[in-house]
Design a binder for this molecule. Structure first.
Ligand code: BMA
Length: 848
């Protein structure tokens, strides 16, 4: 008996002795102070210096009013963080005690019990060090000193004989938008921006797992798992790989034996999945995912385990010479897919405030808007895991920029080594995600260097100019490209977006294009129809945030500042000519509202929505010439007037409702020339619609039908086609200012409308709108909450507001046709009966 007990105890002790212990040090009562102060204050990890100062009421809200200006002192200081944590006897007994910082922003010196253990200089890398030598059993003191990135940038810049475009910030590997952007304030923050982990382990551990898809067809997926294992000695272990998602068949484990070497070695294991379910992007099918558990064992003990989630799909970028120029489109699982998406920027200036729920919400919003791709733009951050997990689940492909934007970067060896380590780490972290579709070297560096007049502005000598160009060519055409090829190899690499600037005609026939003739070039929206690239990865127009967002940051604090030229409004517009540009475009299409900021904000949103509609429809009509439309920009990092379609508080602007409509799988789009009206059906569906009915009606704004027609049509799969061309004779005898054309596509036997388009023949300001009478009725709509609005004349751009409530609705800012009821759905959690009296409508005529 005693013997058995000894064996059991030894086994148990051995097992405990061997198992890895991993825990977070986020909650070990962190404190912070200015380096020159003596008083410590409570801090949050992950966090930033700005949010810690705010929580301790040491600064006002950085986003409120004009506060930004008064807070720049923070970025020139040095800040210190500190915490005490215990190391238990069990932890201390391990051979390895590793301290890992998932993210330090940016220039940090880390001390453990007074000894320097780590120096960090890149926000985009994680930092780990073994502290076995410096740690003590019991209480340990961890101290981190952050130096000013602004001062560090200045110091590094001085080492160069010339100034680089982008100036001091380009020397610092930290989110470039923190230095201010044309939609973002300048808060060059610092802090422990991601989690801190303590890992204690013995004998061996799993460092990383890469899943490589060797073969994929309907019967089989052949995978290879590459596991990097760190081992103290030559030893024998088992690797157990289990498919743990029961919806993909019985969970099943495969065992492999390995003989380790001392140090880090990568081992490969083959794994087969029968009848694989492919991962599809939103709109084309289910985003099927497979989760695997990988365990490292010997006969008795599990030393380590990790989970990875993958999707089985092929992704290709088709970038080939053709009769037009050079194509740029993606094939997913062998099928050319038109990308409908947006550019994404960080959701806050202070990233640690963005939690998992916020990531889920924004990606759900993108999926609900019928998007299938987002571009993670190069002036922000490589997003957190939560972002990519949400994209994997929602079928949102990701165009991933490396974090370089609108500037030229240095080429000294420290910088290059730092960038190489960063790129490698990020490719390793993200390469298992099925959502990642493309790696892109940077945003607008080729474009900037060739077209923005930098050579003249900075008066470079020939030698300096060549050096700057060569350094950047090296970074983006060699260094990062090779890292992608060697560490991923399954996705395409594109060195700079766009490859050609919008001032050159070739940009419309080659590669991806950023078309900024509208907005920056003051060209009319109609230019979107002619200046269409092969894949338009940026274009956009500003719209103000909802007035509720602006009041949160103090717009209506006192009555005197509720005008367009108030200091608060100016502070929340970062484009040098933002409001001027909005006003100039407004005058073209709308009547300028008189001294009413609420109306001005509303019309600015309509204008933005018009721009989005015109551009998206133009791009989609040109399919397959054009195979992608990604507007600038999905979201905001603070409350601001910007190109975003969703404001900082997650309110949809009019443009976002428009995007939802314009990004549907099947849409109708109407164009005119001198003699004819063309109705296009654009389908991204993979199946033909053999029998559909198109009903077309010409009516007065008050509803009197002038002309109508019904025809049977076929909608071709994955194509854009004119399904009807009507002679303009049908307009004869009508006043175009009092007319609309309503086209509706239905499928016999199915109740709901497949696609719809309302077309006007004049600008909104010329429409002879009449004040409509309307009713709002509660509806019986099964398990959801809804109400129906019916108006007796056309109501242009009805903005539904529910007093005291901020919520996104199933539709808003839409045109209501005379006597055609429109049902609006609310989130289930709301009660329409209670809210009915609070529903208010504003339409265009109310602003006259
Ligand atoms: C694009 C972006 C950003 C900028 C936007 C609007 O080109 O890459 O640099 O915010 O234009 O100006």
């Amino acid at each position: 008996m005693k013997k058995i007990l000894i064996i059991v105890c030894t086994f148990f002790i051995l097992k405990v002795y061997s198992q890895k212990i991993e825990r977070s040090l986020n909650d070990c009562n962190w404190t912070f102070k200015n380096k020159d102060d003596s008083l410590w204050h409570p801090a949050k990890v992950p966090g930033t210096i700005h949010t810690d100062l705010l929580e301790n009421k040491l600064i006002p809200d950085p986003f409120f009013g004009t506060n930004e200006k008064g807070l720049h002192w923070i970025d020139s200081g040095s800040w210190q963080y500190q915490c005490f944590f215990d190391i238990s006897p069990n932890e201390f007994a391990k051979n390895h005690i590793e301290l890992q910082f998932k993210g330090l922003d940016t220039y940090a010196s880390v001390y453990l019990n007074g000894r320097l253990i780590l120096v960090a200089d890149n926000m985009f890398r994680s930092w780990a060090t073994d502290i076995k030598q410096q740690a003590i059993p019991g209480k340990n003191k961890l101290n981190i000193v952050f130096e000013s990135a602004v001062l560090k940038g200045q110091m590094l810049a001085k080492k160069l004989a010339y100034t680089l475009p982008g100036e001091d910030k380009v020397f610092t590997r930290k989110a470039q938008y923190q230095y201010g952007w044309d939609w973002g304030p300048r808060f060059v923050t610092c802090g422990i921006w991601q989690s801190v982990l303590l890992t204690c382990w013995n004998k061996a551990r799993l460092v990383s797992i890469q899943s490589i898809q060797k073969t994929l067809n309907d019967t089989i997926a052949e995978l290879q798992f590459k596991c990097e294992i760190e081992s103290d000695n030559e030893d024998r272990f088992y690797i157990a790989i289990s498919n743990i998602v029961s919806s993909h068949g019985t969970p099943f484990t495969k065992f492999y034996t390995i003989q380790t070497k001392k140090g880090r070695t990568t081992y490969s294991f083959d794994y087969k999945i029968q009848k694989p379910k492919r991962w599809w992007c939103n709109g084309l099918g289910k985003a099927n995912l497979y989760t695997f558990n990988v365990a490292l064992d010997d006969n008795n003990t599990q030393f380590d385990s990790k989970q990875i989630t993958i999707g089985l799909r092929t992704i290709e970028l088709i970038n080939e010479k053709d009769s037009i120029g050079t194509s740029f489109y993606f094939k997913l699982n062998g099928i050319p897919v038109f990308m409908r998406g947006a550019n994404y920027i960080p959701q806050d200036n202070f990233i640690p405030r963005v939690n998992k729920a916020a990531y889920k919400t924004i990606i759900k919003n993108a999926a609900d808007a019928n998007m299938n791709m987002l571009r993670v733009w190069g002036g922000g951050i490589y997003e957190k895991d939560d972002f990519y997990e949400a994209c994997d689940k929602n079928g949102i492909l990701v165009w991933q920029d490396f974090m370089f934007a609108c500037a030229m970067y240095p080429g000294d060896s420290n910088f290059i080594q730092n960038v190489a380590a960063e790129a490698k780490e990020q490719v390793h972290r993200l390469r298992n995600h099925p959502c990642i579709a493309l790696w892109c070297g940077n945003n607008e560096i080729t474009e900037g260097w060739q077209n923005w007049g930098w050579q003249k502005q900075y008066n470079y000598s020939k030698k300096d100019s060549t050096e700057i160009a060569d350094n950047n060519t090296y970074i983006f055409d060699h260094l990062i490209k090779d890292i992608v090829i060697n560490n991923d190899g399954s996705r395409p690499y594109w060195s700079s977006s766009p490859s050609i600037g919008w001032g050159h005609n070739e940009s419309y026939s080659n590669g991806d294009s950023h078309y900024w003739g509208v907005w920056w070039g003051m060209e009319p929206f109609e230019k979107y129809t002619t200046k269409t690239g092969r894949f338009v990865s940026e274009y956009g127009f500003q719209g103000m945030p909802n007035i509720s967002a602006l009041s949160k940051v103090g717009l209506f604090k006192n009555n005197s500042n509720n005008e367009i030229d108030s200091a608060v409004l100016k502070a929340h517009q970062k484009h040098p000519k933002g409001y001027e540009t909005i006003t100039a475009y407004m005058l073209r299409d709308y009547k300028l509202p008189k001294n009413n900021i609420e109306h001005f904000a509303y019309i600015s949103q309509l204008l933005q929505a018009d721009g989005m509609r015109i551009a998206i429809e133009a791009h989609r009509r040109r399919k397959p010439y054009c195979m992608g439309t990604m507007y600038w920009q999905l979201n905001d990092c603070w409350p601001v007037t910007s190109w975003s379609t969703i404001d900082y508080y997650n309110n949809y602007k009019a443009s976002h409702y428009q995007v939802i409509r314009s990004y549907k799988n099947v849409i109708l789009s109407v164009t005119e020339d001198k003699d004819s009206i063309y109705i296009y059906a654009i389908s991204d569906q993979l199946q033909n619609i053999e029998k559909a009915e198109l009903s077309i009606q010409l009516a007065k704004l008050t509803g009197q039908k002038q002309w109508s027609k019904r025809i049977a049509v076929k909608i071709e799969a994955n194509a854009s086609k004119v399904i009807v061309a009507l002679p303009k004779d049908i307009l004869k005898g009508n006043d175009l200012n009092n007319l609309y054309l309503n086209s509706t596509l239905t499928i016999p036997g199915i109740d709901s409308i497949k696609a719809n388009s309302i077309h006007y023949f004049v600008k909104p300001k010329a429409l002879q709108l009449k004040k409509a009478r309307y009713t709002i009725t509660e509806n019986n709509c099964d398990s959801t909450q809804c109400f129906t609005i019916t108006a007796d004349a056309l109501m242009k751009n009805v903005m539904i507001k529910i007093d005291g409530l901020e919520t996104n609705l199933s539709d808003n800012y839409m045109d209501l046709l005379p006597n055609e009821p429109k049902t609006i759905y609310l989130p289930k959690s709301l009660n329409v009966k209670e809210l009915k009296n609070k529903i208010k409508l504003l339409s265009l005529i109310d602003t006259y």
